[in-house]
Ligand binder design. Structure first.
Ligand code: PLP
Length: 411
């Protein structure tokens, strides 16, 4: 198998962009197969952050001095890049947050909570990450609203007919992941948004696992809210984005109070900035935004179509290769999948699998992947998960397969 079946991307060149891939772990070359948890950073991102602190660091929006104006320009330029990346109609619809989790909590508190009543429903799916379950659960406990869960089948695909039936006038929001981090399922979110729209139900899409792997177009999806994290898409931790329709942002009350989000403050009353400033209280993660802007530039230089094709080839190869290992069982066999290979190996506990392959330099994740209902659905204590990124090679999948053989040899 050639290293790069997709000749649009040169994986050797890509790997050279990621300094950490030169590392050795337990004396072996690092094989990083944990991108779904957090991707590695290319030099372009590391240098953008370094360059910001070396040359432009200052607080934003409030200063007349040169550094403050440069920092503001850098921060707002990053916002514009992000808007272009997801095809948002305006950069003013992109709110910087700490990540997907905070973006979802912001929508829960400022969009859903003000009008939620006992008996109202919030709809999520069975394969959601905890960050798209717990905020809704907390709201429901507080208000007497009901959390409803769209079921999935044993391949890990949502049951769309049931979803359509569950979309009643009681539903105040449908919150669904575009790609499952635990199973790799790519959900048909465009179709789901169409179904929801017919019933007048707003949709929040958790795009944490989608933005690193495929082109995203929030206008084509026709969703109401789109949430994602910098660190999943080769950018920094502690920075993420909430995209929302301008009308929603205008109507929503602030999430947190503080500096930056106000227009005027007196002891009697304060008035608030327009969005996105209204939702960015306090000094934000300026260097993080700059780094995320650099990550967007990096992904766009590769082309998201090329990224998606490359990862599809790796996934197909990995599925076929790992299936040849004795006792390997894939968890998540949806017809449409992204680069996630969740599995069990006979009755060996996933943590043992992960610990042993680490001794061979292979980094995979084990456990419930912050999606406990998914492992419960498959009646498992845990799974092992190899997840793919743009720097992975076919050879690395072979190394994982060899390491799994060694695990088998120890039991
Ligand atoms: N949603 C999905 C599908 C995820 O995979 C993750 C992280 O693993 C999150 C949400 C939460 O992202 P963050 O921890 O960056 O807020």
């Amino acid at each position: 198998m050639p290293i790069t079946a997709n000749d649009k991307l040169d994986v050797h060149k890509i790997r050279a962009d990621f300094p950490i891939l030169q590392r050795r772990v337990h004396g072996k070359p690092l094989v990083y197969l944990d991108t779904a948890a957090s991707a590695q950073r290319p030099l372009a991102v590391i240098e953008a952050i370094d360059g910001f602190y070396r040359n432009h660091n200052a607080n934003i929006h409030r200063g007349v001095h040169t550094l403050s104006q440069e920092a503001t320009e850098d921060y707002e330029q990053a916002r514009a890049k992000i808007a272009g990346f997801i095809n948002a109609p305006s950069k003013l619809e992109c709110v910087f947050t700490r990540g997907t989790t905070e973006s979802i909590n912001l929508v829960a508190h400022s969009f859903v909570r003000p009008s939620l009543k006992a008996g109202d429903e919030i709809l999520i799916s069975w394969m959601e990450h905890h960050s798209n379950i717990v905020p809704w659960q907390l709201l429901c406990e507080e208000t007497g609203a009901i959390l409803k869960v769209v079921p999935m089948n044993t391949r890990g695909e949502l049951e769309l007919d049931t979803l359509a039936e569950m979309l009643t006038e009681r539903v105040k929001l449908l919150a669904v992941g575009q790609i499952s981090n635990a199973l790799g399922t790519v959900n048909p979110v465009s179709e789901i948004c169409t179904l929801a729209k017919q019933q007048g139900v707003p949709v929040l899409v958790d795009g944490a696992q989608a933005t690193p792997h495929q082109a995203v177009d929030v206008q084509a999806l026709d969703c109401d809210f789109y949430c994602f994290s910098g660190h999943k898409m080769y950018g920094p931790t502690g920075i993420g984005v909430l995209w929302a329709r301008a009308g929603h942002l205008q109507a929503m009350p602030p999430y947190q109070g503080g500096g930056e989000m106000i227009r005027h403050v007196s002891f009697e009353k304060s008035t608030f900035n327009d969005a996105p400033g209204k939702f960015e209280a306090g000094t934000p993660n300026i260097a993080g935004a700059v780094g995320l802007g650099a990550a967007v530039d990096y992904l766009q230089s590769l082309g998201m179509g090329n990224v998606a094709r490359r990862e599809a080839e790796l996934l197909a190869y990995g599925t076929q290769k790992l299936s040849q290992v004795d006792g390997f069982r894939m968890i998540g066999t949806a017809a449409h999948k992204a680069g996630v290979l969740s599995f069990v190996l006979g009755d060996i506990h996933a943590n043992d699998v992960g610990t042993i392959v680490d001794l061979h330099g292979v980094a995979i994740r084990t456990g419930h992947h912050c999606a406990m209902p998914v492992v419960q659905f498959f009646d498992l204590p845990a799974t092992a998960r190899a997840s793919l990124g743009i720097y992975n090679t076919f050879e690395e999948i072979d190394i994982l397969a060899d390491a799994l053989e060694k695990v088998l040899g120890m039991f």
